[in-house]
Design a protein around this ligand. Structure first.
Ligand code: ATP
Ligand code: MG
Length: 556
């Protein structure tokens, strides 16, 4: 799959093209501004691909900036995971990592500038009063009693806020804009509030913290961002973004442009909701392979290329929509089909004893690693008198449609001989435990000489040489296409989202399978060794995705 086969365009790139043509800009600068309050998810990947993609294609630059104005919810672990995920997706940020908190001193000075120009005031309304004064969509707000405080008094109070002289909530700094604005965001929004909390970057240096709407636009302007791309819910923040920049003495004026966020069926995509899955132990951490986080998808076996390709295919628009999971999975299958070496693993083993094969003999058979790509080479797989086959691949009786092993019939062992089943043993429940049969020594790599036709091919692993493996089969985390609508996530979790097979048997070459590298387990799907729990002593494989889409809309 070629990453740049088609150079995608979209309405944002059209704006940039026009800005370059008119000479408004000569160098394009974008940023990706995550808040370090959770792990990145596939929705963020859309924003990452958009911002870094523009930086690359226009030979400009893209900054990685942590939007860290909410110290209560933020954490250095999140900072580290975000850096790792951006790199893993294949992108490089320009220069050092940036933090909004790097600009706290400058932001403070701009706030003083607003006060000096009569554009901001220290307000003493508490949260509840402020809500009352704010008005509603239908009714204008009322001015705060503090609105006409003198500049001197505002400067004095703001400095004392910074010095820690007041309690949380006692005062705030607000912009003086328009209490009657139809846009509630413009009704004298809060710019600073008092918070006595340690910050992961600035420690206890500050006890006042700037609000997102004041911080983001100024951080963009300080960094010389030309196009500040964000999701649609920020549309009604844009007038405030522009107001702040217009009312302080800063040279550049970045342009905020909104696009629709990515929504995916059968998953949730807000960090708050993902955090609640983690906190309520509904999943096994942020990197649970069922999570739509980059870390979870990586652990499950997604490749960066498949995610980038998906983001390219969904495009960038202003339309709200929900993407089907099959769109993501088909990008993954396409990428893995060409890349993944083949291997044989029996997930639900029963024994096949080949009675005309010598007891202690082990023969090394050769198998190609990829049926369509010789350059991927070959490997040897041991064959012996006893092999494991999958329970689903044997029946005592079956009709012609069943192309696997049946009593008195023949089937080919993949990469090996033709075998015939003669009889079987069962346990007390009537479940087959062992099948007995024979092999035809003349059929290795060729058809039976007398013209017998053997249609079925099944996978197998030598019982004496194979290794035990735990295989985790993942499915959709939720049973509902729109789980966010459910009152309680616990009710819509798919009880079959994780099925563990502890007794799988893998061909011995898989002992050295590197974590995260995709294999196609023949006839079963794509799998990779778990990057957290797998070791040569205890192999653990995750099913990345099945071979075919079993969720495709019926009759669609
Ligand atoms: P969430 O709602 O998941 O917590 P957020 O917007 O609060 O997301 P941020 O860390 O603030 O998360 O997001 C960083 C960037 O990623 C922002 O520019 C945001 O608009 C973008 N982004 C977040 N979610 C999506 C999504 N689902 N699709 C596209 N872009 C997204
Ligand atoms: Mg946010």
């Amino acid at each position: 799959m070629s990453q740049d086969a088609v150079r995608v365009t979209n309405f944002i790139r059209n704006i940039i093209d026009a800005d370059l043509a008119s000479g408004k800009h000569t160098n394009i600068v974008t940023r990706f501004p995550p808040e370090p309050n959770g792990y990145l998810h596939i929705g963020h990947a859309k924003s990452i691909c958009l911002n870094f993609g523009i930086g690359q294609d226009y030979k400009g630059q893209t900054n990685l900036r942590f939007d860290d104005t909410n110290p209560e919810k933020e954490d250095i672990d999140f900072v580290n995971s975000i850096k790792e995920d951006v790199k893993w997706l294949g992108f490089e940020w320009a220069g050092d990592i940036r933090y909004s908190s790097n600009y706290f001193e400058q932001l403070y000075q701009y706030a003083i500038e607003l006060i000096n120009n009569g554009k901001a005031f220290v307000c003493e309304l508490d949260a509840e009063q402020m809500r009352e004064y704010r008005g509603t969509l239908k009714q204008p707000g009322k001015p705060s009693p503090s609105r006409d405080r003198s500049i001197e008094e505002n400067l004095d109070l703001f400095e004392r806020m910074r010095n820690g002289e007041f309690a949380e909530g006692q005062y705030s700094l607000r912009a003086k804009i328009d209490m009657a604005s139809p846009n509630i965001k413009m009704r004298d929004p809060i710019l600073y509030r008092i918070r006595f909390v340690e910050h992961h970057q600035t420690g206890d240096k500050w006890c006042i913290y700037p609000m997102y709407d004041f911080t983001h636009c100024i951080s963009d302007a300080i960094e010389g961002i030309t196009h500040s791309l964000c999701t649609l819910e920020f549309e009604d923040h844009r007038p405030l973004y522009d107001w702040v920049i217009d009312n302080i003495s800063i040279e550049t004026h970045p342009q905020q442009i909104e696009f629709s966020r990515l929504n995916l069926e059968y998953t949730v995509m807000s960090k708050r909701k993902l955090a609640s899955l983690v906190e309520n132990n509904l999943v096994d951490g942020w990197n649970d392979p069922r999570m739509p986080t980059i870390a979870g998808m990586r652990r499950r076996g997604y490749t960066p290329q498949s995610i980038v390709e998906f983001c390219k295919r969904i495009g960038v628009t202003k339309q709200e929509n929900v993407i089907e999971m099959s769109a993501l999975e088909s990008c993954l299958r396409e990428d893995l089909d060409s890349k993944a070496p083949r291997a044989m693993v029996v997930l639900d083993p029963i024994k096949l004893v080949i009675e005309n094969y010598p007891e202690d003999q082990v023969e090394q058979l050769t198998a190609s690693n990829h049926p369509k790509d010789e350059s991927m080479g070959t490997r040897t797989i041991p064959f012996s008198r006893e092999v494991y086959i999958d329970r689903a691949d044997f029946r005592e009786e079956a009709n012609k449609k069943y192309k696997r092993l049946v009593l008195d019939k023949e089937v080919r062992l993949r990469n090996g001989y033709v075998v015939k089943a003669l009889r079987c043993d069962k346990d007390d429940n009537g479940d087959v435990t062992t099948v007995y049969g024979t092999y035809d020594p003349e059929t290795l790599g060729k058809k039976p000489s007398d013209g017998r036709s053997v249609k079925g091919v099944i996978h197998w692993v030598s019982a004496s040489e194979g290794v035990n493996a735990e295989v985790r089969i993942y499915d959709r985390l939720f049973t509902e296409a729109n789980p966010a609508a459910a009152e309680d996530f616990a009710e819509v979790i798919n009880p079959e989202s994780l099925i563990i097979r502890k007794n799988a048997i893998a061909e011995p070459s898989l002992v050295s399978a590197p974590a995260e590298l995709a294999y196609q387990f023949e006839r079963e799907g794509y799998f990779c060794a778990d990057n957290q729990d797998s070791s040569p002593e205890h192999l653990v494989f995750n099913r990345t995705v099945g071979l075919r889409d079993t969720w495709a809309k019926q009759g669609a």
